[in-house]
Design a protein around this ligand. Sequence first.
Ligand code: ATP
Length: 135
Amino acid sequence: MAGTSLTLEVVTPERLVFREEVEAIIVPAAEGYLGILPNHTPLITSLSVGVMRYRKNGEIKKVAVSGGFMEVAANRVTVLADTAERAEDIDVERARRAKIRAETRLREKPPNLDYARAEMALRRALTRLKAAGAE
Ligand code: ATP
């Protein structure tokens, strides 16, 4: 049945972050940003680290997500993310500290450096700062 809105549910292994009726969604899919409007064809995709945006009552909201999956089916969009925070719930100072920590590791390259892990930590921190509008 054709609809005019989407039910967006964002969950992590820890909690239900939110469930809302929305008008449009843009997610950081593995292959690039992907837009979802009502009556989108069914889809499952993996997510990368990035800022998810959605429109509700004409207003754009931002959520920082870090990996996971998204399923679209019958105007229900389920985002199962490794971590997800709404812009207003992001602790900007914490993200700034995480960014500096990761940058320092990547610059100083200690002998036991897990490069991929430090890079992912940096991407999460940059994404949180971007979602919070605090780049
Ligand atoms: P940190 O080093 O500050 O813990 P991290 O990137 O290692 O950052 P994650 O492992 O991605 O943290 O997340 C752990 C938990 O903390 C998740 O529930 C995540 O939503 C939350 N979280 C992480 N950073 C922030 C932040 N800046 N503001 C709000 N919640 C955060």
